[in-house]
Design a binder for this molecule. Structure first.
Ligand code: ASP
Length: 474
């Protein structure tokens, strides 16, 4: 049968208001109960689920098939009302239906929470996995959270700007993902580890208030709360002091997390110095919640400030070795400024281990939720950072010469932060892995969801790029 009628589509959630009307519904067969002559279907769309009473032929339907139904909305008798469903007081008396896409037997189940289903299967069939309630709820929550951040920032005169994906290495302390250039064989772009330098250049450009929901890519070891790709809310502002940036971020964070129903332990986020944090908690990512707070789902935010600017290079870490040629590398961000009282020492390159950066991290429930700093905006300060890490004049020019140039044509003092949106959404959703709040995350072994990358490429493609794959030496 087919729905030739020109009825507009009605959403399942609207049905309780439409008793007596004949309507057109479209959605998925969530369940089918076959009683021979009568077939009960639970039809699901993005707004909810409703019981439909159908006829014998509908026995052909399989669960998760997509169908359209024309039927009459009927009140259910008092004793048949399903109190667990918002549409439980009505049901649809099916007049005709059409199969829009018949579902075969599913490779994974879409009901239940799937905490016990293997990751490989969930990610291979992610489009099915995302049909489950839990995942749809998580994605909605993430979207609402991002909407709320945007609302706050637009209300406070920030403008959203996109920055390039293909560029030069960005110096965030991880290995780069590189992309070969067809027009320049043997030359490579790097994917951004963050928009750090571009956002600073936007301050030089006079934008004053920038933000971006930015994808960042870092070739690091994978963990439950970290992937190769992640999304950050990247912010930069001019002429603001460290305290001013921190209170703006604090206000914004409270606004966004409350908008998705979160409750906060301390409205005024406590501030710890790095030294205090290490002494008190043995870590700079600590959890201030009591057992009781955990049960009630509270969020405990806190700031950590006064981080050392430099640290000794970890010889096992290739990215650190490359950056810290003097044996010293930055702890957080080479574009930060030292606190005022350490600038002279920084310029002279003395007692590097004692220099404190104007860096601030936001922690929440034991995770790092964000990190930022006031930046060096004078060329000599930025240059000193790289000198202290052992860069030669030529190396400095090659990696940050463009920043030094920009800092000589009217760059205002500025600072900012990046908030880890995957982690924040994970905490808000009460999940313990960021994969539960990312639509298409990678597997633990770094393979992509649904599509199987990384993959080999054609020889012609390699030739065009001037590349040859050789066996990796162990
Ligand atoms: N670029 C830094 C990061 O990605 C954040 C910042 O300092 O704004 O960690």
């Amino acid at each position: 049968m087919s729905n030739k009628t020109e009825l507009p589509r009605t959403l399942v959630g609207e049905t309780p208001e439409l008793v007596g009307k004949t309507i057109l519904l479209k959605g998925w067969v969530e369940t089918k109960r076959d009683h021979g002559k009568i077939i009960f279907i639970d039809l699901r769309d993005r707004s909810g689920i409703i019981q439909c009473v159908g006829f014998k032929m509908m026995g052909e339907l399989t669960t998760e098939s997509v169908i359209s139904i024309i039927g009459e909305v009927k009140s259910r008798p008092e004793r048949m009302v399903n109190k667990d469903l918002p549409t439980g007081m009505v049901e649809i008396d099916v007049k005709e239906y059409e199969i829009l896409n018949l579902a075969k037997e599913l490779p994974i189940q879409v009901e239940g929470d799937a905490y016990d289903v293997k990751e490989e299967a969930r990610l291979k069939y992610r489009y099915l996995d995302l049909r489950r309630n839990r995942m749809r709820k998580n994605l909605k929550l993430r979207s609402k959270m991002i909407q709320s951040f945007r609302e706050y920032l637009f209300d406070h005169n920030f403008i959203e700007v996109e920055t390039p994906l293909l560029s030069l290495a960005t110096k965030e302390g991880a290995r780069d993902f590189i992309v070969p250039s067809r027009f320049n064989p043997g030359k490579f772009y790097a994917l951004p580890q963050s928009p750090q330098q571009y956002k600073q250049l936007l301050m030089t450009a006079g934008l004053e208030n920038y933000f971006q929901i930015a994808k960042c890519v870092r070739d690091e070891d994978l963990r439950a709360d970290r992937g190769f790709e992640f999304t950050q809310l990247d912010i930069e502002t001019s002429f603001a002091s460290q305290d001013e940036v921190m209170s703006m971020v604090e206000e914004m964070t409270k606004y966004a997390v409350k908008a998705v129903g979160a409750k906060i332990k301390d409205e005024k986020f406590p501030v710890f110095t790095y030294e205090e944090a290490i002494k008190k908690f043995g870590s700079d990512k600590f959890d201030l919640r009591t057992q009781e707070d955990k049960k009630t789902g509270l969020l405990a935010f806190a700031w950590v400030v006064r981080f050392p600017f430099f640290k000794k290079v970890d010889k096992e870490d290739l990215a650190e070795v490359a950056d810290g040629k003097s044996g010293w590398t930055f702890t957080h961000n080479p574009f930060s400024t030292p606190l005022e009282e350490y600038v002279d020492q920084h310029l002279e390159g003395k007692d590097l281990d004692k220099i404190i950066a104007a860096q601030y991290d936001l922690v929440c429930n034991g995770y790092e939720a964000g990190g930022g700093s006031i930046r060096a905006h004078k060329p000599e300060v930025l240059k000193a950072t790289f000198k202290n890490m052992g860069y030669s004049e030529a190396e400095i020019q090659a990696s940050i010469g463009h920043m030094l140039e920009a800092f000589e044509v009217g760059t205002p003092p500025h600072g900012g932060i990046a908030m880890g949106l995957d982690r924040l959404a994970m905490i808000l959703a009460g999940e313990t892995s960021i994969k539960e709040v990312i639509a298409f995350p990678m597997t633990s072994s770094g393979r992509t969801a649904v599509m199987d990358a990384p993959a080999a490429v054609d020889k012609t493609q390699l030739d065009e790029l001037g590349l040859k794959v050789v066996e990796k030496k162990k």
